[in-house]
Design a protein around this ligand. Structure first.
Ligand SMILES: *Cc1c(COP(=O)(O)O)cnc(C)c1O
Length: 427
């Protein structure tokens, strides 16, 4: 038995699964999972590997990590980071506290988001793909939605605009070419009496750029064609003036479309993700004209795509931060606008490590090609695996044979922990 506790198991007499599993009790997992690890280790004739197998089961569970990659919206690390905790209280999710009657779970958040984007109304679903699907189903089912061939894009993770449109029951009417679509192409499609067009759809090419001989009508031109215009802006910039940032918009935002300005330009509805440039939880936001949002809310699919109270509460927090113009409270923006001087001020914690200039990126399929000047700390060699196996894993990147941690995406309270891990890795 002493042998088992120390992990050494004589190979000639396989231990019982139960006994081996109990010897793994120091690994914080429920017994059925430790039994799985023990059983597979014994089955493979390698009982000594049971602890490693249990640890790898544990690594599959969701847990906080430190993002040292410099990618602000890292899709594999949950896009926008946001703080959240709550007590086991009930909430007024679906009760109207003024009347005591049944209320609408979207009432509060809809009001905040409409206010934040300058829209008449807004609602929330589970992600932006669901938002586009719901708008098309509610407004263009069995009718046509006209879209430019230059905007039939695939956003990461298999979201293909033409597929989503097909699933919604709307018929896709393609106009123009990959690189050039003119206002007259849309107008000709609308003038054809065979086409029953319910919606004009504009899609932001979030994750790639079209350069050279190109043409795309403006949102204003598309809005004047006649049918309602849905602009899927995707990345979720709320207002191009960024009133929540004391220094105004950072130069790298460039010509990123924003919800407020798209609505001002005439878009009837905009759709965007909650966890990209908006910096909130995974969600899809639909904002715009009241009667169109209402049609989405009433569609049967809305019930299947509705978010739970955890998401609504976290999104409400983010929306309130914007309405207070408090960019510091939205972690994506807090990190995105840090100057290299602010990063340099944290270097005391990293004494003894090589400091290097580096570039952060917005990530999450937004702003392709944008690099934000940043500061990193480096140690020779590839230590990424070791850093990933820490109790709180650190995700770093390797560049020219060095392991680099970009300070922009590391929270300052974690500096000491990251520095210690890098010193440890370097020995
Ligand atoms: C990211 C993105 C989507 C998908 O958003 P999810 O919230 O991940 O579903 C759709 N359209 C555009 C233009 C995007 O940028």
């Amino acid at each position: 038995m002493g042998d088992l506790a120390s992990g050494a198991v004589p190979q000639d007499q396989p231990p019982s699964v139960d006994r081996l599993a109990r010897s793994l009790a120091h690994i914080d997992l429920p017994m059925p999972l430790l039994v799985d690890a023990a059983r597979s280790a014994i089955a493979d004739g390698d009982p000594n590997s049971a602890a490693e197998r249990a640890r790898s089961i544990k690594q599959r569970l969701l847990a906080p990590v430190i993002n040292g990659t410099g990618v602000l919206l890292h899709t594999n690390l949950g896009r926008a980071p946001l703080p959240w905790s709550q007590t086991a209280d009930y909430s007024n999710l679906e009760v109207d506290l003024t009347t005591g009657d049944r209320g609408d779970r979207q009432h509060g958040i809809g009001m905040l988001l409409a206010q934040a984007c300058g829209a008449e109304a807004a609602m929330v679903v589970n992600n932006c793909a669901a938002a586009v699907m719901l708008v098309l189903a509610a407004l263009a089912q069995d009718r046509m939605a006209v879209v430019s061939r230059g905007e039939l894009v695939e956003i990461g993770g298999g979201f293909r605009v033409p597929d989503v449109m097909a699933w919604s029951g709307a018929q896709l009417l393609e106009v123009g070419t990959t690189n050039r679509t003119r206002r007259s192409d849309y107008a000709a499609a609308l003038a054809d009496p065979r086409n029953d067009v319910a919606l004009v759809v504009q899609v932001h090419r979030s994750n790639f750029r079209l350069l050279g001989y190109t043409e795309t009508p403006s949102t204003t031109e598309l809005a004047q064609l006649g049918p309602p215009l849905l602009f899927n802006i995707g990345s979720g910039l709320l207002d191009s003036r960024c009133p929540w940032l004391s220094g105004g918009p950072p130069p790298w935002l460039d010509s990123e479309p924003a919800a407020r300005q798209s609505i001002e330009a005439g878009a009837s509805l905009v759709t965007f993700s909650g966890d990209k440039l908006f910096g909130g939880p995974q969600a899809g936001i639909i904002a715009g004209r009241a009667e169109l949002v209402e049609a989405c809310r009433k569609h049967p699919l809305a019930r299947a795509l509705r978010p739970g109270s955890l998401v609504l509460a976290a999104l409400q927090n983010t929306a309130l931060a914007y309405l207070r113009q408090d960019g510091e409270a939205v972690d994506f923006w807090r990190m995105a606008v840090l100057s290299t001087d602010q990063l340099r001020n944290r270097l005391d914690a990293y004494e003894g490590l090589r400091v290097t200039d580096t570039s952060s990126t917005p990530g999450g399929g937004t702003l392709p090609g944008v690099e934000i000047k940043s500061l990193g700390v480096a140690v020779a060699g590839d230590h990424t695996k070791q850093l990933r196996s820490l109790p709180r894993p650190i995700i770093a990147r390797v560049c020219d044979g060095e392991t680099i941690v970009d300070l922009r995406t590391v929270h300052p309270v974690d500096d000491i922990e990251v520095a210690a891990a890098l010193h440890q890795a370097a020995v």
